[in-house]
Design a binder for this molecule. Structure first.
Ligand SMILES: *Cc1c(COP(=O)(O)O)cnc(C)c1O
Length: 487
């Protein structure tokens, strides 16, 4: 774009923004079963939005200049620590999201090891394949080697014996999930904690998605095993407030059993000519909006409110689990421990079902096969879904029936045959762009029906999948330079 000669009018800007927004996924109304966590609490959301706006310009870079942000962070982190079994000495930080919390957990472990295990030159972390990709990203950014371990192909829980066997002299960190995102199951945290304790290793529990909700589900009588800082051996835990805390996006916490460990998270720099830099988290300049909004939402909804949201989420989940079990041809993966589930269908129906749901106005999330899990569709269920469950299940039944009729798509068959003939090792970015074009991706624009591209990705080995996705995104973000206007 080019800057307008003179500023646009308020009307022109708002109309343009509204038009752009109208093509987005709806964030209210329960259409989305990924990306969106809808509490349905309109008043609390409006209040949090107001708080966000009020603190948007405040800068968390310097907590002494903005004591309001420091106070809100200490209060929110204090609540979170108590919610997750932290003792009086627990410490933590507010972060921008689960990924940042996990990057910090890995950074802390790496730097703890540099001090306490100086003999380790090439640090390793043991990561079950059901753990979130953000842990791989953290390891990649920080130069820590991932040693992947299997998860059980039936329960999808981390295999404790495999974790034990994967530990070497270079292991600095164990990780497990409560719950895992993909299949929504809780790893054997107590058993893994016992290994960490016995071997003197740090152990991070990724409770990004489960941390907020699980204690409420336990209060509702669900059999939730101990998974938090109260478990011996657990040294850190992450919890996203922008998931089941229903806070506006940009809100997560990373918690440690004590300050001595959290110390390794903090970065300071006096090696330049400017102001003294000290950052507890990845960001330096950081908006006060997210912490103010999270603080506000926690106060507006309150404990009884969150218990009620958990009850609604549980009821919606039970109905959907029962509904999926009743549809012939669908199979649930594992036993969902909270409000996340994945189901598979006979090949090659899975992606066609996702497309058929999309034409009915629903977003369900395809998950590619591999590492012991079949191709599946994932659902993240939140309180706001309770109102739409019956319509969702009726549409799912119709979508499965429609996908059956459409089962043998000749275009897809041809595409997969063409893909089978490609040598991905030598393809290069150009080649991937051409392969994606065969699946209907042009100039970063996706086709209406995604079964082709999903089928193609599903058929590729992991390394080729990653290369294809990188080529896609590298084509997607094309700077609109000068007069060339945006689409
Ligand atoms: C969502 C999620 C993450 C990543 O969080 P972001 O907020 O998307 O960065 C990590 N782990 C688990 C288990 C998650 O569900």
């Amino acid at each position: 774009m080019k800057l307008p000669e003179t500023g646009w009018s308020r009307d022109q800007i708002l109309a343009t923004l509204a038009t752009m927004r109208s093509h987005d996924l709806a964030t209210e109304g329960g259409a989305a079963f990924a990306y969106i966590y809808d509490s349905g609490e309109r008043e609390a959301i409006a209040l949090a939005t107001e708080a966000y706006r009020m603190f948007l310009g405040a800068n968390g870079l310097d907590p002494t200049a903005f004591p309001s942000l420091l106070r809100m962070e200490n209060e929110v982190v204090g609540f979170c620590a108590a919610h997750l079994g932290g003792g009086a000495g627990a410490a933590g930080s507010f972060t921008s999201g689960g990924t940042e919390s996990l990057i910090l957990a890995v950074k802390t472990a790496r730097d703890w090891a540099r001090v306490h295990r100086p003999e380790v030159a090439m640090p390793e972390m043991v990561v079950p394949v059901s753990a979130h990709a953000a842990l791989h990203k953290a390891a990649h950014y920080l130069g820590v080697k991932v040693v992947a371990t299997a998860s059980d192909p039936v329960t999808f829980k981390a295999d404790v014996a495999a974790i034990r066997a994967a530990i070497t002299d270079n292991t600095i960190l164990l990780v497990a999930s409560a719950a895992s995102y993909a299949q929504g199951v809780i790893d054997p945290i107590a058993e893994i904690g016992a290994i960490a304790h016995e071997r003197g290793l740090l152990f991070h529990v990724d409770a990004c998605i489960g941390g907020f909700l699980l204690p409420y589900l336990r209060r509702l009588g669900e059999p939730v095993p101990a998974f938090d800082l109260s478990v011996p051996g657990v040294s850190s835990i992450s919890m996203d407030l922008h998931k089941y805390g229903y806070a506006p996006k940009g809100a997560s916490v990373i918690l440690y059993r004590d300050k001595a460990l959290r110390r390794h998270q903090i970065y300071a720099c006096a090696g330049w000519t400017g102001y003294a830099v000290v950052n507890a988290t990845v960001q330096s300049t950081k908006s006060g909006g997210p912490i103010a909004a999270a603080w506000t939402l926690l106060h507006a909804i309150g404990d009884a409110g969150y218990l009620e949201l958990a009850r609604k989420t549980l009821e919606a989940t039970r109905k959907i689990v029962a509904g999926v079990r009743e549809i012939a041809g669908l199979r649930l993966l594992g036993e969902p421990a909270m409000s996340l589930l994945a189901f598979t269908a006979e090949d090659p129906l899975v992606f066609t079902i996702a497309d058929a749901m999309k034409t009915r106005g629903w977003l369900v999330q395809p998950q590619l096969k591999g590492l012991g899990a079949p191709t599946s569709l994932h659902l993240t269920i939140s309180a706001g879904h309770l109102a739409v469950v019956d319509r969702f299940l009726a549409d799912l039944r119709a979508a499965v029936a429609e996908a059956r009729e459409a089962a043998a798509d000749p275009g897809l068959t041809m595409l997969l045959q063409a893909a089978a003939g490609l040598d991905f090792a030598t393809l290069g970015d150009e080649g991937f762009t051409q392969a994606l074009a065969l699946a209907g991706v042009k100039n970063g624009e996706l086709p209406e029906r995604m079964a082709g591209i999903n089928g193609l990705l599903d058929a590729l080995p992991a390394a080729a999948r990653e290369a294809a996705l990188i080529a896609f995104v590298n084509d997607l973000y094309v700077a609109h330079v000068g007069d060339q206007s945006s689409k």
